[in-house]
Design a protein around this ligand. Structure first.
Ligand code: FAD
Length: 585
């Protein structure tokens, strides 16, 4: 990958792509990737890092959305389960099967009300019993038949469910078990799509920390968020894929129509070995007393992800999980697993994001707003000599299909036809990464043989990067003697690996490394010592002076404390300086 500095230099040249994509979340990057596969370069600009908006805040599920069946969004569910099945194959290093349990306390509840919701006679959610669930799961299986690779659903009796998951509410009469998928590394999947795009189409440029800041009747103005300088570009077509920020971006381009009406959702990462053990490999996807659906599933042998809330907001920057939301998530967990003890000291990380939902008519319950997407075109005008296509909505799961739809509109406008079907394109380290564990072990052994790194080290790399582990291993070796040794403050990463992530992946700020190139933040592993060590490495590679180095540490510390609630962890880490060698996956 070219560095950010090189791309900024290219920006000053006169051979820029005619297509400008605004946003660096999964939907913008998905489109960038699709166009590149057609040989059409685009300029993509993102005001922060790639995948730093809502795309970094999901429940990390690649799923059909079982509950959208209730609101009659059949087309969305069908599209989503098909996309899920494709991603299980194309990104098998980051998209993995997830058994899901839906526990219910009644057989008959919701039979009439679910029907009424389906017929749009009411929008208000209500209770769901085993019969309604069985019906929903049968339809879900049916939709998932195309490219199926996971088992169909089954119903489990209450007694058997309690035997297998002892912490569950004793009043459970039945559990519906089905398979969806979890996205183990949303941030890296986005980055790898950028890399794939640029490998296919070297004229494409994706530049982080470059924000659309306005227009002047001819050009679009782009502000470098690091240096403060302003660049001008004159695109032919603009695609606004800025998620919850689309209205703000459209306003920068002189468009006043309001399209988005977001809802905020928050998640907690709990360090809770007992809860992780009780859940096993499964996710519980459970109805709450206020008739919403929440979820909990293990990230590793002791960390559990719990979510989520759904609160209307007009502010896309409302990315902090509040104390009230923590109380809510604890309360609903208590309803379904009453014996499990939860307290705030178990939270190692929290995150929130704003769903970019279409502006809904007032009075509608947040959970009932459509999760589907559409494209709103704005014709060119005298004061805006380019067409703007604004994407409203769009889930993680359906990003490829969404990108395909927008790319087809762009291709039509520039008089080209599609040459590559992205359904069969594998992604990043998913390319050539086998599904079978025995074949994976063979590949890891080969990486160890070729690189000379230990089998244990290569296994950790493969777990993090899939087939891309071979490239990372080679980069570590090229770094020279000692580069494979662990960092002083975090046993999971070597110096050589971090250096590769800084140099090869347009890493611009310290937070990019902590939150998106690695999962050090999400897995609650940040300590002040680790931030210092990472900042030293970045300073060497990116020629930061002392002022910039210390500013990066201060900013990242503030972000982790204020947005991700890791302050308590800092104190704890200081006390236990010896550190725990828990692996980061
Ligand atoms: C709580 C929650 C749970 C969810 N769970 C799931 C799930 O499990 N599965 C699923 O499929 N979906 C899920 N979603 C939905 C999914 O995460 C989002 O719909 C999706 O990530 C939106 O991606 P995006 O690229 O459209 O937006 P974003 O990721 O927000 O990207 C938009 C980008 O535009 C950038 N931007 C803003 N202004 C400018 C500017 N002026 N110039 C340049 N760039 C700008 C922002 O910085 C941002 O990075 C969930 C969402 C939430 C909030």
């Amino acid at each position: 990958m070219k560095s950010r500095a090189e791309l900024l230099q290219n920006l000053a040249g006169d051979k820029l792509p005619d297509i400008l994509i605004i946003g660096g979340g999964i939907n913008a990057v998905g489109l960038y990737r699709d166009l590149a596969a057609q040989g059409v370069p685009a300029l993509l600009v993102e005001k922060g890092d790639f995948c730093s908006g809502t795309s970094a805040a999901p429940s990390r599920l690649i799923h059909g959305g079982l509950r959208y069946l209730e609101t009659g969004e059949f087309a969305l569910v069908r599209e989503s389960v098909e996309e899920r099945n494709l991603l299980l194959h194309n990104a098998s290093h980051y998209v993995r099967p997830l058994p899901v349990w839906v526990p219910v306390t009644s057989w008959w509840a919701g039979f009439l009300s679910a029907g009424a919701r389906f017929l749009r006679l009411t929008r208000t959610p209500g209770p769901r019993g085993a019969l309604v669930l069985k019906l929903g799961l049968t339809v879900y299986d049916w939709f998932g038949a195309k490219y199926r690779s996971m088992p169909k659903h089954r119903m489990i009796g209450g007694k058997e469910a309690l035997r297998q998951m002892p912490g569950l509410l004793p009043a459970i009469c039945s559990v519906g078990e089905f398979y969806d998928a979890r996205l183990t590394n949303a941030e890296r999947l986005t980055l790898e799509l950028v890399a794939d795009a640029e490998a296919d189409c070297p004229a494409a440029l994706a530049i982080p920390y470059l924000a659309v800041a306005g227009h002047d009747g001819k050009d679009v103005l782009l502000r470098d968020e690091i240096e403060g300088t302003v660049h001008r570009v004159a695109p032919q077509i603009v695609i606004n894929a800025a998620g919850a920020w689309i209205d703000q971006v459209d306003a920068h381009l002189g468009i006043e129509e309001r399209l988005v009406g977001g809802t905020k959702g928050s998640h907690l990462v709990l360090d809770h070995r007992d809860l992780a053990r009780a859940l096993g490999e499964r996710m519980i996807y459970f109805p709450t007393s206020d008739h919403r659906i929440c979820l909990a599933y293990p990230l590793d042998e002791r960390l559990v992800l719990v979510g989520t809330t759904d609160l209307p907001t007009d502010d896309p920057e409302d990315m902090t999980c509040s104390e009230v939301e923590i109380d809510y998530l604890f309360r609903v967990m208590k309803e379904i697993m009453p014996a499990i003890r939860l307290n705030r000291s178990q939270i190692v990380f929290r995150y929130a994001g704003v769903r970019p939902l279409p502006k809904a008519t007032s009075g509608i319950v947040a959970g009932a707003i459509s999760r589907d997407h559409h494209i709103r075109p704005f014709a060119r005008t005298e004061k805006r000599p380019y067409e703007v296509l604004t994407l409203v909505g769009g889930k993680w799961t359906t990003y490829r299909a969404c990108a395909e739809q927008i790319a087809d509109q762009v291709l039509e406008r520039i008089g080209k036809s599609r040459r590559t079907d992205t359904r069969s394109l594998q992604i990043g380290g998913g390319a050539g990464w086998p599904l079978e564990p025995a074949k994976q072990r063979q590949q890891i052994t080969e990486i160890a043989r070729q690189s000379g790194l230990s089998l244990e080290h290569c296994t950790a790399l493969a777990d993090r990067y899939g087939a891309y582990a071979a490239t990372v291993a080679a980069a570590i070796v090229a770094e020279g003697i000692g580069a494979d040794r662990p960092l002083k403050t975090c046993a999971d990463y070597s110096r050589g690996e971090i250096r590769h992530l800084i140099r090869a992946e347009r890493t611009t700020r310290l937070a990019d490394l902590v939150l998106r190139r690695t999962q050090i933040g999400l897995f609650g592993k940040v300590t002040p010592g680790l931030l210092n060590e990472l900042a030293d490495l970045m300073a060497q590679d990116l020629s930061w002076n002392e002022d910039r180095r210390s500013r990066e540490i201060t900013d990242t510390t503030r972000l982790l404390e204020q947005r991700h609630g890791v302050a308590a962890l800092y104190k704890q880490a200081d006390e236990n300086r010896a550190g725990v060698a828990r692996p980061v996956s």
